[in-house]
Design a protein around this ligand. Structure first.
Ligand SMILES: Nc1ncnc2c1ncn2[C@@H]1O[C@H](COP(=O)(O)OP(=O)(O)OP(=O)(O)O)[C@@H](O)[C@H]1O
Ligand SMILES: [Mg+2]
Length: 459
């Protein structure tokens, strides 16, 4: 239901409610009035009957009866019944003070009309004056004074009731309008605040609403807009990153090409020098180190070139434990030099179908990272477990760990926190493992250590 319909609905509802309530009050008031009037008329007729009796049958107890009866009639608004003689003297009255008093001569018109016609004093008292004629003889008058305060009270009560009901209906109207206003302005305020946040660069969606009206539509479209803006920003960021990577990649492969040939030449020359030197020569270890470092540079260049090329796997049945032991043997010297304790928990064999060289590169990258994270020693635990379908390898170090804000970037190419790092180790590793239809994940806490988990299919 839209806002306009809702407002219309509220106004129609309130008008109907007002008409209904006032009609009920009117009908109720009329009924009460008729009842009151009925009982009043009954009282007056009874008083007249008694007075006529008194005028025709003389005797004391009639007056007493009259008085006691008036007492009862008081509740019905009848205050006084007097019998007036032809000489305008009160000869009997429910008010003893009036006995024997003279009344001002009654005009003929008043007597003959014998109606509610005379106002006595400031109070709302009305009198009925009825001539009593028995046969041809005029015996006197009956005067009945009534007090209309009861009717006034009734009218006043009805007036207050009407006032209360009207106030109540207006109260309901105000509450309903306030609820409607609140329901509509609150989401609009939220949208305004969110729009302000967008100008500050914070692309946050609003909580979805179940409202199916203009406001619901506004929130829905606002969220769509925010989503589109976010997607666009992400696309722009990715585009920028891709441009950056491709520029770096092109530069890197250009340099790699240029460096590879002289590097090969240096490597061959070192081999030549090494052949010429006797093993106990002073420079022999130095030359060996040079050869080692040259191979490292060569491997880095291979990595750089590899990353730009599509991967081709050469799957063969390989024992993963054998590969792990080979990598550990290659890094043994550094492990010992840094005082790192390696704890292995392996089965005897863990055969699987992998690309041997590429998987070795992966294991090497992970283990080298762990070693690099513990320059002052620590513990490296490697656990291997396998089922019929999968092999899981876990590498846990007690090194420096990774800051939470860096954790999601470690698999991105060229992300590194190391002075001499390239940032390709984990990117290549992830690519190779995923190409094997495996998974790699990393968990880390700064200053506590890092856990890398690799899950591979055996087939
Ligand atoms: N075991 C680890 N402990 C602490 N930090 C790690 C670990 N493994 C990875 N990292 C963090 O992840 C980053 C990316 O690792 P990655 O192997 O991809 O690149 P790199 O080691 O910096 O450079 P390289 O290309 O020489 O491997 C590292 O710079 C380091 O900050
Ligand atoms: Mg690395």
């Amino acid at each position: 239901m839209n806002l306009r319909t809702k407002l219309l609905f509220i106004f129609v509802f309130l008008s109907l409610l007002t008409i209904l309530a006032l009609s009920v009050l009117y009908v109720q008031g009329k009924k009460d009035m008729v009842l009151k009037l009925g009982s009043h008329t009954e009282g007056i007729s009874e008083a007249i009957r008694m007075s006529v009796e008194k005028l025709t049958l003389e005797g004391d107890d009639s007056e007493v009866r009259l008085r006691s009866y008036i007492k009862k009639l008081r509740g019905k608004g009848i205050k006084e019944v007097s019998i007036i003689s032809n000489a305008d003297e009160v000869i009997a009255s429910s008010d003893p003070k009036k006995l024997g008093t003279k009344v001002s001569p009654l005009s003929d018109s008043v007597i003959t009309e014998a109606s509610l016609d005379k106002n006595f004093g400031s109070e709302k008292k009305w009198g009925v004056i009825i001539p009593v004629i028995i046969g041809e003889e005029h015996r006197g008058y009956i005067r009945i004074n009534t007090d209309l305060e009861d009717f006034n009270k009734l009218m006043r009560k009805k007036y207050y009731q009407r006032l209360l009901v009207t106030a109540l209906i207006f109260g309901i109207g105000i509450v309903l309008s306030f609820l409607l206003f609140w329901r509509y302005t609150r989401p609009i305020q939220e949208v305004a605040k969110a729009a302000q946040r967008i100008t500050e660069g914070n692309l946050e969606e609003l909580p979805p609403t179940r409202q199916r009206d203009e406001v619901g539509l506004l929130v829905e479209n606002f969220n769509k807009m925010v989503k589109q803006l976010r997607e666009r920003r992400e696309l722009e960021e990715r585009l920028k990153e891709a441009e950056r990577f491709s520029a770096i990649g092109q530069l890197a492969s250009g340099i790699a090409h240029e460096v590879r040939n002289p590097l090969n030449f240096i490597s061959l020359s070192i081999d030549h020098i090494k052949d010429k030197l006797s093993p106990d020569e002073e420079f022999h270890p130095l030359v060996s180190n040079m050869k080692g470092e040259i191979s490292r540079i060569s491997r880095m260049i291979e990595d750089l070139l590899d990353y730009g090329r599509p991967l081709k796997l050469n799957l063969r049945e390989t024992d993963l434990i054998f590969l792990l032991e080979e990598v550990l043997a290659l890094t043994r010297e550094r492990i010992n030099a840094q005082g790192i304790m390696v704890k292995n928990s392996f089965p005897l064999k863990s055969p699987c179908m992998v690309d041997r060289d590429k998987m070795e590169t992966c294991l090497m990258n992970i283990i080298v990272n762990a070693i690099q994270s513990m320059p002052l020693g620590g513990e490296l635990t490697i656990r291997v477990s396998h089922s019929d379908l999968f092999i899981e390898v876990e590498f846990e170090d007690t090194g420096e760990g990774i800051r939470p804000e860096d954790l999601e970037k470690v698999f991105e190419p060229y992300f590194t926190t190391k002075e001499l790092g390239i940032g390709l180790g984990l990117a290549i590793t992830k690519r190779i493992i995923e190409e094997h239809k495996g998974e790699i994940s990393i968990k880390s806490h700064p200053n506590q250590g890092t856990k890398v988990k690799v899950k591979l299919r055996r087939q």
